[in-house]
Design a protein around this ligand. Structure first.
Ligand code: 2NE
Length: 272
């Protein structure tokens, strides 16, 4: 496929490309099984922010470079006290910001899992709306083995997917699971041969692009809202407000204020 680099960015640790209204964000640290540093996650944040703002982007695919790993979590070489340490010497856990961006992006995000999805990399695939995995993909958490954990979405959202018992097994034992096992657990949508992975992701993206974007946006917000408490309601409510602002009834309120008169809301239909 003719993926084109999205211009305007000078990314060092990710690739950011576009094809037919699909953005592809590739963690590009093959040497380290696509482990992320604070720079990787900062660049991912900028890419996801662009995907949110750019109306031309309808679906996002998140993946890792090569055929060995989707993402192996935080880069253990730069894990310091308090977080992962970037060039500025400050420890950070800014992958949590990326998790929230995926959660709140009003467009579908597909995890294209091409190998290991481990640790914080496993949580990233969990955050995506859909996961399509190649047959060689391996899933698992390592936190309690290497002095870490993600008790946020990495625990509670995972448990919503695979159930409490399995989520506890995944975290307490830190075993690795095949793509088919992950599919049976309910955290993978489809497993395909490696050679078909990207085509399948693009096919699914293209099917979703034939659907109503606003319908998909509202469904994602609704599915989030059930789990995300007040923050989830805020997301769904924000979408409701956005829709309300497109209506004459809302325009009338604003116009009346500026024209220093009483608003006349009676002329608008009231649905049962
Ligand atoms: C991913 C895995 C299972 C792959 O195993 P294998 O045998 O295929 O490769 P190998 O030889 O282990 O790795 C290849 C090279 O990549 C580096 C390795 O150190 C190795 O380098 P060299 O020995 O050739 O120099 N590499 C792999 N993963 C890395 C990592 N995460 N950081 C830095 N270098 C890495 C196997 O490599 C593995 O288990 N990796 C570690 C996974 C891990 O424990 N990740 C951190 C979890 S904690 C986390 O991500 C996290 C969190 O829990 C909460 C918040 C935020 C983050």
């Amino acid at each position: 496929r003719n993926w084109k680099k999205i211009s305007g960015f000078d990314f060092k640790e990710i690739l950011f490309e576009e094809y037919n209204h699909i953005a592809k964000i590739t963690i590009n640290r093959e040497r380290y099984r696509n482990a992320f540093t604070p720079l990787t996650t900062w660049e991912m944040s900028q890419a996801f922010a662009y995907c949110r703002e750019c109306a031309d982007i309808r679906v996002v695919i998140l993946t890792g470079a090569g055929d060995k790993a989707f993402c192996s979590g935080g880069d253990m070489h730069v894990k310091g006290r308090g977080g992962y340490v970037g060039n500025d010497g400050v420890p950070r856990l800014n992958v949590l910001d990326v998790q929230m961006q995926i959660r709140r992006l009003p467009k579908p995000v597909i995890a294209m899992v091409n190998g290991y999805a481990i640790g914080g990399g496993h949580v990233l695939h969990v955050m995506c709306d859909l996961t399509i995995a190649s047959e060689n993909a391996i899933f698992g958490q390592t936190g309690p083995k290497v002095g870490s954990f993600d008790a946020g979405f990495g625990a509670s959202y995972l448990a919503r997917m695979v159930g409490q018992k399995k989520a506890r097994e995944i975290w307490f034992l830190c075993k690795q699971y095949t793509a088919h096992e992950a599919e049976q657990m309910g955290m993978v949508n489809k497993v395909v041969p490696f050679e078909q992975l990207e085509d399948t992701c693009v096919d699914w993206a293209e099917i979703m692009m034939e659907r109503s974007p606003l319908a998909l946006r509202m469904i994602k917000a609704g599915l989030n809202a059930e789990l995300d408490g007040q923050a989830g309601i805020q997301e769904l409510a924000g979408d409701a407000t956005m829709l309300y602002y497109t209506m004459d009834e809302a325009q009338e309120g604003g116009k009346a204020f500026l024209e220093k008169r009483k608003p006349d809301f009676d002329k608008y239909p009231v649905f049962p």
